[in-house]
Design a protein around this ligand. Structure first.
Ligand code: ZN
Length: 356
């Protein structure tokens, strides 16, 4: 069986990773001291445990409280740049060769930064991380996805910001946050604006809500990737000998809509009580375009390698399965086609082939 140590050196692709969900505890402590923000504890290992336990408690209030602290640690240009740089270095150390970091710029204006200053600070931090990782012999490409929070008053400002920085570190747009009660169609104007300008976007859907939310994201808003999307399983009839896909599930599979599945995070938010019951195994077996992600590395106490190791343990995933999910993720990346294919052909496939 594949172990985390087998998986770490293999190239991996992280499409769904929140910048404010993956900070180093020591960085949170240092930045919050600068900003005068009080934390539950000022000892790094105790704080790491606190984040995991609060996110793992089953209480949404405690889960959301964790982000108050990480967001509070990302309020100056220097802080954002450092968090972005550490994002890249930590992913590279785990064998990730391509990563998209997402965050909501509006949440980083507590000290008066403009939206442009925020995007540029993250851009510069990602670039510094890429340069340092390459110098250490671990090349990685990183981009940013700009997010609007679903519960806020719908606007097009962040979509416009994403377009402004297209080809300059920003590769896409996303909506995140409370899915229930805040349908994706509220942001229809932002999605229409992006479609008009031929810009990529993904939508968190099929995590806290079921097929109706997935339908809105895919058919009303034209998402080509879904944040999680795992509740598409509810449109599959599993009562007989063979799984029978409903029309929407078949569309999602046949159109190769990428599911940005985050196994540990989904368990914490209640998709299943144990990994063996998580829909990811079946969706992968049914040949959905399943990609594997961390969502929030700090809150879930995880890494890309650990997520794959958990799937190896729960579903017997081998090298072929890890490679299939990785190549699928690379091809779903918000990068130009030739750059994706170069990474597949020159980086990913040779490394997996060398292990056989
Ligand atoms: Zn997410």
């Amino acid at each position: 069986m594949l172990t985390i140590d087998d998986i770490r050196p293999l190239p991996k692709v992280a499409l769904h990773d929140h910048l404010d969900g993956g900070l180093r505890p020591a960085t949170v402590i240092e930045h919050c001291a600068e900003n005068g923000h009080e934390l539950p504890t000022a000892e790094p290992e105790a704080l790491r445990r606190w984040f995991f336990e609060a996110a793992d408690s089953g209480s949404l209030v405690r889960y959301l409280e964790t982000f108050e602290h990480t967001v509070a640690a990302m309020q100056t240009a220097a802080q954002l740049a450092r968090v972005a740089k550490e994002f890249v270095l930590d992913q590279a150390a785990d064998g990730v060769v391509y990563a998209e970091a997402r965050y909501a710029p509006r949440q980083h204006q507590q000290q008066g930064l403009t939206l442009e200053e925020i995007v540029e600070a993250v851009r510069d931090g990602l670039a510094a991380g890429m340069a340092e990782a390459a110098a250490e012999g671990r090349p990685i490409e990183a981009r940013q996805i700009l997010t609007s929070m679903r519960h806020t008053e719908p606007s097009t400002d962040i979509a416009e910001l994403a377009l402004k920085y297209r080809d300059d570190s920003v590769c896409g747009f996303d909506i995140a946050g409370a899915e229930a009660g805040f349908p994706a169609s509220r942001f229809e104007e932002a999605f229409r604006y992006l479609k008009t300008n031929s810009m990529f976007f993904t939508i968190h859907a099929g995590e806290a809500e079921g097929p109706t939310s997935v339908w809105e994201a895919v058919q009303l808003c034209s998402a080509t990737r879904l944040g999680h999307g795992v509740r598409i399983i509810e449109d599959i009839d599993l009562s007989g000998d063979a799984a029978k896909l409903g029309r929407l599930a078949a569309y999602v599979r046949d159109a190769r809509i990428a599911l940005e599945v985050s196994p540990s995070s989904n368990l914490q938010t209640g998709i299943a009580s144990r990994m063996t019951e998580h829909p990811v195994g079946l969706l992968h077996d049914l040949d959905f375009n399943v990609t594997v992600n961390c969502d929030n590395r700090l809150m879930s106490g995880t890494t890309m390698s650990r997520e794959f190791a958990l799937l190896a343990e729960a579903f017997g995933w081998g090298l072929d399965d890890v490679e299939r999910a990785t190549v699928g993720a690379m091809r779903a990346a918000f990068l130009p086609h030739d750059e994706r294919e170069r990474l597949v052909a020159e980086v990913i496939e040779p490394a997996y082939a060398a292990r056989r």
